[in-house]
Every structure is written in C-alpha cells, then in structure tokens.
Design a protein around this ligand. Structure first.
Ligand code: PLP
Length: 364
C-alpha cells in the first residue's frame, strides 16, 4: 500500500467549508495587511501558548532574526545555537550582526541541553537558541539557569508541552513557523513571535513594520515582515484543532513504540518532562542506508533532513570551521524521518514495522 512521510491535508478536509468562508470574509473586507484577522490571531495564539503577547511575521526565519534583535542581540554578540537543526535556525542569526556559536545535542532527544550549551558559552554570549527539534522540547529552564536568555525556536513544536506549559511560553521569547507542513500550517509562508515581555513584543512589532509605528517616522532599520490577513484567517480556523492534531501525533509515536519499533531501530526519546507533538518521527540506525533501502522497497516515505549539519554547510565556514560536535555528527549520519502525521493509523504503523523488520531478518 505504501505510507506517505507526512499527511497535513487529510485533517483539513473536514475544515474546507470553514476555510473557504474565512477566505471569503477577508476578500469581502478588502483588508489584507495588519487588520482584524492578524490582531485576532495574535490574541488567540498568545492565549493558546500561554504567553502574554504574539506578533505575526512573514515566516519562521524572519521571526528568529526579529526576536533576537528585539531581545537586544546585535553586532559583537554571540548566539549559541545547535548545528543539528534546520539551516534557518542559524542563518537567521547572521543579519543581526551577531556571531553563531555552535553547540552539540543530546543524541537521544536531538535537542540541546544545559551541558551542551554550557560548553559553548563565551563572554560575549547574549542569547541561546534552543531548538525544539522534531517537536521535542529542549530544557529551557535549565539553560536559562546558566544565566543567559533563551529564544525557543518552536517552528517544529506547535502543540508540544513541557510539564504544565507549552512550547512558546518557556523562554524569554519563542518563534514559530506556519510553513504548510508544520504542526500548524497556513497556505503559504507565515510565522510568529511569542513572549511575556512587553518590551520585546513592542520592539518586534516595530521591527516587522520597517522599524516604524506609522510609516511616517522611523526609529530603526527594520523589515517588511508581516503575517497577512488571509493567512491569519486560515490559521484561526485551524488553531482550535491544533491540540487534537498534536494528540494524534503523540498517539502515532506511542503506536510505533508499542508495536516494538524500538527493538529494531533507535527511537527518539522525549526530553525530561516533555510531551512532544512529534513534527517528524526520527529514528536512528548505524546502517541507515539499509533502512532507507527497505523503506524505499516497501513504498514507505522517509527523509534524512540534516545529513550535513549546519556548521559544515559552505556559507557557515566562518563560524563552523574546526568545530567538533560528536553527537551532532552521529545524529547527522544515522537519523531518518519515517511517516508521522496527526492521522497515522495502526495499519500504517504495522506496514512501516514490517518494512523495517526486513533489515533485521525478522518477520513481524
Ligand atoms: C521551518 C523552520 C524554520 C523556518 O521557518 P520558515 O517559516 O520556513 O522560515 C526555522 N527553524 C526550524 C527548526 C524550522 O523547522
């Protein structure tokens, strides 16, 4: 039968009429930029995350740059960031003028820890970007206990929780991406910054709007980076379903575990206290080529997202040359994302299991 790597369209089928009505409403309003839909989504998304403020921006990459600048990061500062992440987590530091300083990860959670961050701190460290990779939740409080503010890169972790709190309400500020394949996706590019700090929120609002309050007077060099009304309206229809989708992702992870996948390959471990809404379900194997071959033969979706870690990408040579990150290198070599979605079914999990079992010469 085959199983797709992800499925973000099936959950939207039931919402089609509501989505069309929301789009119609925006067309009828003739307000397209920074209007009532964006304000309402910002209030609803902040409340969902348990943060005091949300600021809609054009995408998750801009969200990081703008949040860092709103936190006071600039030229002469260092920002600690993992290398095992999507390229944008690091790329977004560079326009602030600060220097990315790479840190390692925990090989079981794929996230940074207080120890891996501590090893990378410098006298110039102004902030740490804790990436909640694959929907896991990095230990933000432990990292902030080192005395540096944390920006959560929560692009992959909408709906994930740590203890009683949600990703997006754990650090000094957090950033989200609403790229269509993320846990909460719009129909184009979109992003947001959440924070409890009114000053950070206010600075982010100004930065996304050319460094201005009114496009008449300008207080700093900013960006043209807004979430638009259409995307906000689309996100407002979906947000009430995010918890149900997040639970579907947790359930899919449980099904893999209960079916015995952990006896065949390495499974991702939830970080301490975290309840991940798995954005991607990433397993590991020392002979990952064989795993890829077995999945491919069975028509099962898979992808190695970060085979070359960011610090070894060409444009990063200035900051990445000579950096040694053993857990990152191992994860880069061995990881493989297998099917995950809010609607992954038992039968699909069994199909994946059967394909993986062939590399161990076992029948399931
Ligand atoms: C997707 C993603 C981003 C960037 O988001 P865009 O909306 O695509 O700009 C940043 N960090 C991580 C970890 C991501 O997965």
């Amino acid at each position: 039968m085959g199983v797709p790597l992800f499925d973000t369209s099936t959950p939207l089928i039931a919402l089609r009429a509501e989505l069309r009505a929301a789009i119609e409403e925006v067309l009828a309003s003739e307000r397209y930029i920074l209007g009532p839909q964006v304000s309402a989504f910002e209030a609803e998304f902040a409340a969902y995350c348990g943060a005091s403020h949300a600021v809609g921006v054009a995408n998750g990459t801009d969200a990081i740059t703008i949040a860092l600048r709103a936190m006071g990061v600039g030229p002469g500062d260092d920002v600690v960031v993992p290398s095992f992440t999507f390229y944008a987590s690091v790329e977004a530091i560079v326009p602030t003028g600060a220097r990315p300083v790479f840190c390692d990860i925990d090989p079981d959670t794929y996230c940074v820890t207080a120890d891996t961050v501590r090893a990378a701190l410098t006298p110039a460290t102004k902030a740490v970007i804790a990436v909640h990779l694959f929907g896991n939740v990095a230990p933000v409080a432990e990292i902030e206990a080192l005395g540096v503010p944390v920006l959560e890169d929560a692009a992959q972790a909408a709906g994930s929780t740590a203890g009683e709190r949600r990703a997006g309400a754990l650090g000094a500020a957090a950033t989200f991406s609403f790229f269509p394949s993320k846990n909460l996706g719009c129909f184009g590019d979109g992003g947001a910054i959440t924070t409890d700090d009114a000053d950070i929120a206010e600075r982010a609002r100004t930065l996304r709007f050319h460094g201005s309050h009114d496009k008449v007077g300008y207080v700093q060099i900013g960006y043209n980076s807004r979430l638009d009304e259409l995307q906000a309206a689309i996100l407002r229809v979906q947000l009430p379903h995010l918890d149900e989708w997040a639970d579907g992702r947790r359930r899919a992870g449980r099904l893999y575990r209960e079916a015995g996948l952990g006896e065949l390959v390495g499974l991702p471990q939830a970080a301490d206290g975290a309840s991940p809404a798995w954005h991607l379900y990433v397993v590991s194997d020392p002979e990952v080529d064989r795993l890829e071959g077995a999945l491919s033969a069975a028509g099962i979706g898979f992808k190695a997202y970060y085979r070359t870690p960011v610090h070894r990408q060409e444009p990063m040579r200035e900051w990445g040359a000579g950096v040694e990150l053993p857990a990152t290198e191992l994860a880069a070599r061995r990881h493989l994302a297998i099917p995950m979605s809010p609607v992954l079914e038992r039968g699909q999990v069994d199909e994946v299991l059967a394909a993986v079992a062939t590399i161990r010469g076992a029948a399931v």
